[in-house]
Ligand binder design. Structure first.
Ligand SMILES: NC(=O)c1ccc[n+]([C@@H]2O[C@H](COP(=O)([O-])OP(=O)(O)OC[C@H]3O[C@@H](n4cnc5c(N)ncnc54)[C@H](O)[C@@H]3O)[C@@H](O)[C@H]2O)c1
Ligand SMILES: O=C(O)C(=O)C[C@@H](O)[C@H](O)[C@H](O)COP(=O)(O)O
Ligand SMILES: [Zn+2]
Length: 368
C-alpha cells in the first residue's frame, strides 16, 4: 500500500480531511462505512470514469460491506444545468436519500459541482463526499465547497457553498485521463504558482507536466490542496482573499460562456485567462513585460492556450467578452473586480479597473 497524504481543511463551517494517494479509496472505504447509516452509498458517477473504474469502485465498497446505488451521468459542462440538476434531484429523491446520508460525487469538476449543489439543496442539505477522478478535480474543485451550475447567463451563477464531509483523491483514477484533461488540471496548478508561490512556478517551468504525473503526482496534488485549504480556512465564502483563486477566471469564464457548446474545457479557458491577466497587468504598468512573457511561454510550451486565437470554440468578440465579465459574481457597485499581478507569485484583487482600458485591451487581444 502506498503512502497516503492527509490534508485538513479547516473551513469556518466545519473541518474535513482530504485523503490523497494511490488506492486511497480502498484504504478509506471503511471510513465511508461509518458515515453510511443505511449501509449503502449513493454515488453520482461520471459515465467515463465509471466505464474505466467501475470494478475498482465496486471492490472498494464490497470490501466495506456497503451496497452501491449508482446514478450515472454524462460529465462535461452540459451536466451543470437546470435540467441536469432537476434530473439528479429527482433521482436522489427516488432513492429517498436522507439528510444524514452522504451523496458521493465520483467524477470531474462538473459532476462534483452539480452533485454538491444537489446535495446542498436536497431536503435543505444532505451530507456530501467527493471522490474526484480528474486532475483538475483533485487539485482544485473537490476542495473548498463551491458548488453550482451554469445558466445561459454564464458560468456557476447559481450555486451554494456546501463543504464536503470528506474528499478521497485516489490518484489511480487519473491513469485513464486523456492528455487534454491532464493539461486542463495542470492549468489550475500553474494558477496556484502564479497567485502566491513563485518557487512552484519556477519548478513547473523546469519540469512541465512531469511535475503532475508519475512519481511527483501525489506530492503535487497534496501541495495544491494544502495551498487551497489555507485560503479556504481564511475566507470560506470569498469575502476577501479567496477571490485570488479566481486569477484568470474572469476572462476564462467569459470565454466559456461565449464558446461553441462543448468546444472549450475549463482549464483551457483558465490558461488563456492567466496569460491575459498578466498581459493586462503589464499594459497597466503593474507588472514587468518579462513576467507576462514567461507566463505565455510556459503555457505554450506545455500545449495550453495563451492567446485568444489559440482557443477552440471561437470566434470571440471583444464586446461580448466584456459584457460577460460585467456579469461576474465578484463585481460590486457596477465595478468589474479583477485579479491582476505585480509579478510571478504576486497576484492581487482590484476593483480599480477602467472599463475603457479593459475594452481596448480585449479588442487588441481578439485581433492578434
Ligand atoms: N468548485 C470549484 O471550486 C471548482 C474549481 C475548479 C473548477 N471547477 C469546475 O470544474 C469543472 C471542470 O472540471 P473537470 O476539468 O474535471 O471537467 P469534467 O468534469 O468535464 O471532466 C473532464 C472529462 O474527463 C472525463 N473523465 C472524468 N474522470 C475520468 C477518468 N478518470 N478517466 C477518463 N476520463 C475521465 C469526463 O467524462 C469529462 O469528459 C468546470 O465546470 C469548472 O467550473 C470548480
Ligand atoms: O475555489 C475557488 O474559490 C475558485 O475560484 C477555484 C476556481 O478554480 C473554480 O473554477 C471556481 O469554480 C470558480 O469559482 P467562481 O466563484 O468564479 O464560479
Ligand atoms: Zn477554475
Amino acid at each position: 500500500m502506498s503512502v497516503l497524504r492527509v490534508i485538513e481543511v479547516n473551513a469556518a463551517s466545519g473541518a474535513y480531511e482530504v485523503v490523497i494517494g494511490r488506492d486511497a479509496l480502498s484504504a478509506r472505504a471503511d471510513r465511508l462505512a461509518s458515515r453510511a447509516p443505511r449501509g449503502r452509498v449513493v454515488i453520482v458517477a461520471d459515465s467515463q470514469a465509471l466505464n474505466h473504474h467501475e470494478t475498482r469502485l465496486a471492490q472498494a465498497f464490497d470490501a466495506a460491506k456497503l451496497k452501491l446505488e449508482l446514478i450515472e451521468i454524462e460529465g462535461g459542462e452540459s451536466a451543470k444545468s437546470w435540467r441536469g440538476l432537476e434530473a439528479l434531484c429527482d433521482r436522489l429523491l427516488d432513492l429517498n436519500v436522507e439528510r444524514s446520508e452522504p451523496v458521493i460525487a465520483f467524477g470531474g469538476g462538473t459532476v462534483g459541482d452539480l452533485t454538491g449543489f444537489a446535495s446542498a439543496i436536497l431536503k435543505r442539505g444532505t451530507r456530501f463526499i467527493q471522490i474526484p477522478t480528474t486532475l483538475l478535480a483533485q487539485v482544485d474543485s473537490s476542495v473548498g465547497g463551491k458548488t453550482g451550475i451554469n445558466t445561459q447567463h454564464g458560468k456557476n451563477l447559481i450555486g451554494a457553498f456546501h463543504q464536503p464531509d470528506l474528499v478521497i483523491a485516489d490518484t489511480a483514477f487519473l491513469d485513464t485521463l486523456p492528455r487534454r484533461e491532464v493539461l486542463a488540471g495542470y492549468a489550475e496548478v500553474v494558477k496556484a504558482g502564479l497567485i502566491q508561490d513563485a518557487p512552484l512556478f519556477n519548478r513547473l517551468e523546469a519540469q512541465g507536466v512531469n511535475a503532475v504525473t508519475g512519481d511527483g503526482l501525489v506530492q503535487a496534488v497534496a501541495d495544491a490542496v494544502a495551498f487551497k485549504a489555507r485560503i479556504v480556512a481564511e475566507d470560506e465564502r470569498e469575502g476577501g482573499v479567496r477571490a485570488l483563486l479566481n486569477l484568470g477566471h474572469t476572462f476564462g469564464h467569459a470565454f466559456e460562456a461565449e464558446a461553441t457548446k462543448g468546444a472549450l474545457v475549463h482549464g483551457e479557458a483558465v490558461a488563456c485567462g492567466l496569460a491575459l491577466a498578466y498581459r493586462f497587468s503589464e499594459r497597466l504598468g503593474l507588472c514587468d513585460a518579462e513576467d507576462a512573457r514567461r507566463v505565455e511561454r510556459h503555457l505554450k510550451t506545455v500545449g495550453l492556450p495563451a492567446r485568444i486565437s489559440d482557443l477552440p470554440g471561437g470566434p470571440y468578440a471583444a464586446d461580448r467578452l466584456l459584457a460577460r465579465m460585467q456579469d461576474d459574481k465578484k463585481n460590486s457597485g457596477g465595478a468589474i473586480t479583477l485579479i491582476l499581478a505585480h509579478g510571478i507569485g504576486n497576484a492581487f484583487i482590484t476593483r480599480d479597473v477602467d472599463h475603457k482600458d479593459l475594452a481596448a485591451f480585449l479588442s487588441s487581444e481578439v485581433e492578434q
